[in-house]
Design a protein around this ligand. Structure first.
Ligand code: PEP
Length: 234
């Protein structure tokens, strides 16, 4: 069983979501499908697909205009939320500490956080990938986790770029993440790969050791692109 998570970012509509749910409802797959959609679509009846948010506030409630709390997301019936997505780190200034606070509130409200970590091109070129990923995991995962979390490795330079790291590079990073999680008492935590996944590379990527699924941006918006990824592995 693999986890196939889609991230719609600020795209799509209720009509698109209902169509996607309909298209996926007849799929025969053992894989777990999660769609992280804009907040306004979170209360949709989603059948066999689990819905998730794309972010939650680091605060529980209060005077934080424009923010949405983990408890509000959970009240919609959503089960997951992304935290620490590269765009939130880049445009909203999220740090590992912020991401950790968001993940802790997600957990406290019964959501499974999908905690994203990844290096920029500058960090990759400076040979800092492993350092950034290890500290990203150690500092973004709350201490004392007692329920499920998911980690997503998303090389920031490859998101939406149509390019991916080599299989060997993905294997090296995922092995590091698995070892780091094990040393934190979180062995067995699913680790997703995200960035430029499509039907043509999904099977190869999900065959790499310690890749337990994928996080898909652009190719999760249309059933014609998303379904081949979901059914690429049994
Ligand atoms: C993402 O933004 O999480 C992502 C993986 O995007 P894409 O698949 O479009 O690279």
């Amino acid at each position: 069983m693999k986890i196939i998570a889609g991230n719609w970012k600020m795209n799509g509509s209720h009509e698109n979501l209902n169509q996607m749910i309909k298209d996926l409802s007849s799929l025969e797959t053992q894989n777990k499908v999660i769609l992280c959609v804009p907040y306004t679509m979170l209360c949709t009846e989603s059948g066999c697909i689990a819905l998730g948010a794309q972010d939650v506030s680091q605060y529980e409630r209060g005077a934080y205009t424009g923010e949405v709390s983990a408890s509000m997301v959970a009240a919609c019936g959503a089960k997951y939320t992304l935290v620490g997505h590269s765009e939130c780190r880049a445009y909203h200034g999220d740090t590992n500490a912020t991401v950790c606070a968001k993940a802790a509130l997600a957990l406290a409200n019964g959501l499974t956080p999908i905690i994203c970590v990844g290096e920029t091109m500058e960090e990759k070129q400076a040979g800092k990938t492993m350092e950034i990923i290890e500290s990203g995991v150690r500092e973004s995962v709350p201490v004392d986790v007692k329920s499920d979390i998911i980690i997503a490795y998303e090389p920031r330079w490859a998101i939406g770029a149509g390019i991916t790291p080599t299989d060997a590079e993905i294997a090296e990073v995922h092995t590091l993440i698995a070892k780091t999680l094990y040393s934190m008492g979180l062995g067995g935590t699913p680790i997703l790969y995200g960035a430029s996944v499509k039907g043509a590379n999904a099977l190869a990527i999900m065959s790499i050791p310690h890749v337990d699924g994928v996080l898909v941006g652009g190719a999760s918006l249309k059933s014609d692109d998303f379904i081949p990824i979901i059914i690429s592995v049994k």
